[in-house]
Write a protein of this length. Structure first.
Length: 222
């Protein structure tokens, strides 16, 4: 990465606080922000709207490759559009969370989205913080700062429930957090820090403390 840009990569399991932490850091440092998970969720909307069965791998691949996807990189503005339809709120619904693994567990779909994510990262003139499951190892392995953000499963589920305003039952909550982690781990390792990646357990940290810890890691590289 060029010296006048700052690229931060954050990986971690569901509910670890990647999104809120990354947005906070982006706002503090004046960086762009990329939620790569939102891209997978948007593709789930696209294939469902096209009437594709999630078990039809080739059709899911075709829907992914053909999708026109737009995503905001402004940490103050959340907006996701797929095939001309805004899905910003819909992608957080349990229906989409239950179907997104049909995209994230297919290698061809991941390859397509990784290419799109790299293009967005390269196009961020002043720098960017990107978060997801394979950012530190696959999407941006040369990022200036690479962090694996983790937390205990019980804490992650509690945080996700708060994020959703409590509008989710226990089975849906476990599906969103634990089942998706298990499915995605078939292709991506986001539970163990790779070489050069700093592990940060935020189980006992507040959001402000987690953001501060990330900022300290960034400062140590500058």
């Amino acid at each position: 990465m060029s010296s006048d840009r700052l690229v931060i990569a954050i990986d971690g399991p569901s509910g670890s606080g990647k999104s809120t932490t990354s947005k906070g850091v982006a706002k503090t440092l004046g960086l762009a922000y990329l939620d790569t998970g939102a891209m997978y969720r948007a593709i789930a909307c696209a294939y469902l709207d096209a009437g594709v069965d999630p078990s039809d791998t080739q059709a899911v691949i075709a829907a992914t490759l053909g999708a026109k996807l737009e995503i905001s990189t402004d940490p103050e503005v959340e907006k996701v559009v797929v095939n001309g339809v805004e899905v910003t709120e819909r992608i957080r619904q349990p229906e989409i969370s239950a179907k997104v693994s049909a995209v994230s567990t297919i290698a061809e779909c991941r390859q397509d989205l990784v290419a799109r994510q790299r293009a967005i990262i390269e196009g961020a003139a002043s720098g960017i913080i990107a978060e997801g499951r394979d950012i530190t190892t696959v999407v941006a392995p040369d990022a200036d700062v690479r962090i694996l953000l983790t937390a205990d499963p019980e804490i992650r589920m509690a945080r996700r429930k708060v994020d959703l305003g409590g509008a989710i039952d226990s089975a849906q909550l476990a599906d969103q957090v634990l089942r998706r982690d298990r499915d995605d781990s078939k292709l991506v390792n986001f539970t163990t820090a790779a070489d050069g990646v700093t592990g940060l357990d935020c189980s006992d940290l507040t959001l402000a403390e987690t953001i501060a810890a990330v900022l300290d890691l960034v400062a140590a590289t500058r």
